[in-house]
Design a protein around this ligand. Structure first.
Ligand SMILES: [Fe+2]
Length: 268
């Protein structure tokens, strides 16, 4: 890559089947609208927007229609990409009117949203780590996605970023670490380690409903909060509490040959 690329990262919008749907003390459509208005006011046009999952609160075609209508103005001017979260249904989302930018599937599974998208001088890989039982809140990357990612990285030479709903490792918070991580985050880390730090510009996730950064072996992992509610993450938590008294946040990601910069924006 020779220039500067700008991305917008948001996550865990938990939209419902109508715009007046409420969950955990907040109205997701109102929180997303605040973010979208703030993106419109930025002094630059992003090269892409990535939503790292839990686009909706329950997989329901009506909820994806609410999402599609809310995101349509943004998606009409900026390529929009969405990862599938544990509250999503990948196949339902792929079949919905949510308008995603140009992308290439990484696997043949029709019910998986694992794909590559191309930016000038850089690649984005969106992985789908949902497990068969949607009541299980952890992730697990299928072997064929890890193999496909390895093949793509070995065949190319571009810088890249990875987007997945789930955090790869424990974050030193008891309940979260027991129930929410990728079960095979170490396998992803080992794979990316072969290409870091020269090419891996970061791994970006949501799921934890709070901002969290992890750094291991030259690889940056960055999680973004949810605009809907924030989870607690105490070291000794036996369960997670949440608060809807949280900012509507998105991250501005900028990628350059020198590295990655992440700026948090709080939508008023
Ligand atoms: Fe979520």
């Amino acid at each position: 890559m020779s220039g500067l690329l700008h991305g917008i990262h948001l996550s865990d919008t938990h939209l419902g089947p109508s715009t007046d749907f409420e969950v955990r003390g907040s109205r997701p459509s109102e929180r997303l609208d605040r973010i979208l208005r703030a993106i419109d006011r930025l002094d630059f046009t992003p090269d892409f927007v990535i939503h790292t999952g839990d686009l909706v609160n329950d997989p329901d075609p009506a909820a994806y229609q609410v999402a599609a209508e809310a995101l349509a103005p943004l998606a009409s001017r900026v390529p929009l990409y969405v990862a599938s979260g544990n509250h999503d249904d990948s196949a339902m989302m792929a079949a919905s009117a949510v308008a995603m930018g140009p992308r290439t599937s990484m696997v043949k599974d029709a019910d998986r949203l694992a794909y590559r998208f191309e930016l000038p001088g850089m690649l984005g890989f969106v992985l789908d780590a949902n497990v068969p039982n949607p009541a299980e809140p952890h992730g697990d990357l299928p072997e064929n996605q890890l193999e496909a990612l390895a093949a793509q990285l070995e065949a190319g030479h571009e810088p890249f970023a990875v987007f997945v709903h789930y955090q790869p490792f424990p974050i030193h918070s008891a309940w979260i670490d027991e129930f929410l991580p990728l079960r095979n985050g170490e396998a992803l880390h080992a794979l990316l380690g072969k290409f870091a730090p020269d090419r891996c510009r970061g791994v970006f996730f949501g799921h934890l409903h709070r901002s969290v950064q992890l750094y291991r072996d030259g690889i940056l992992y960055s999680g973004i909060a949810s605009p809907v509610c924030e989870f607690t993450a105490g070291v000794h938590d036996e369960k997670v509490e949440w608060s809807s008294d949280c900012p509507a946040v998105f991250h501005h990601l900028s990628f350059s040959p020198q590295g990655t910069v992440i700026k948090a924006f709080y939508a008023p």
